[in-house]
Design a protein around this ligand. Structure first.
Ligand code: PGA
Length: 256
């Protein structure tokens, strides 16, 4: 089997005034001097996408959105479509992040419709799944992840247009992380579920990211776990230095 090229995605969330673009520039400078054997994606607020496209031109840094509406266009005030994101320079979009599922009541069906919209627009859909603290305590982690995968992953998904991000809700922004054994269990389970949903060929090549309090100090341990094909990074993606340190895991063939 050919090795899966990792993806490290930075999710800036609702952070990023124009001045934040300096961090993108700084990241670009670091990557130019020290390339990584991974795809690098930054998902800034949508308002910064067009400027970020200019700031990162000529670099390896790809840009993504943080959410999209299922429809292509229309009377949906405040929403943004996958096509608009693509037009602004995005090549990917995060869908079903737990903050969207919680803050906006997004169901698995809504998340699937958004992933389908991403595919329609020619964007990679990064579909997030993960259990809450209570669900983990109740021993329901795999049930929840299974339900989310079955409900959120479109039937036509492929390894080229889809990425799964496993993000335990309790690990996001908390400084807490699952043990490498727990990560391995869930990622192995996700891979097996994807075989059921998409067939062995696509499932074997599809990237499964870990997300939730990934920092320079724990990146190597988390990213070395079997079936972890990169990371979705929130807080530590806001500073080029921190993000670059995480990316260093993929310098010089250090990680799997
Ligand atoms: P965090 O966020 O790295 O700040 O925990 C991860 C995410 O929500 O994608």
């Amino acid at each position: 089997m050919t090795a899966i090229r990792p993806l490290v995605a930075g999710n800036w969330k609702m952070n990023g005034l124009t001045a934040q673009l300096a961090e993108l520039q700084a990241l670009q400078d670091r990557l130019a001097g020290h390339p990584v054997e991974a795809d690098v994606l930054i998902c800034p607020p949508a308002t910064l996408l067009a400027q970020a496209r200019w700031a990162s031109r000529g670099s390896e840094i790809a840009l993504g959105g943080q959410d999209c509406h299922p429809l292509q266009s229309g009377a949906h005030t405040g929403d943004i479509s996958a096509e608009i994101l693509k037009d602004a320079g995005a090549t990917a979009v995060i869908v079903g992040h737990s903050e969207r599922r919680t803050d906006h009541g997004e169901t698995d069906a809504v998340v699937r419709a958004k992933a389908e919209a991403a595919h329609r627009a020619g964007l990679i859909a990064i579909i997030c799944v993960g259990e809450t603290e209570q669900e983990r305590r109740d021993g329901k982690t795999l049930d929840i992840v299974k339900r989310q995968l079955r409900g959120s992953v479109p039937a036509e998904s492929s390894a080229t247009n889809t990425v799964i991000a496993y993000e335990p809700v309790w690990a996001i922004g908390s400084g807490l992380t699952p043990t490498p054994e727990d990560v391995a269990e869930v990622h192995g389970f996700i891979r097996a579920e994807l075989v059921q949903l998409l067939g062995a060929r696509e499932a074997g090549r599809l990237r499964i990211l870990y997300g939730g309090s990934v920092k320079p100090a724990n990146a190597k341990e988390l990213l070395s776990v079997k079936d972890v094909n990169g990371a979705l990074v929130g807080g530590a993606s806001l500073k080029a230095g921190d993000f670059d340190e995480i990316l260093s895991v993929y310098r010089g063939g250090k990680a799997a």
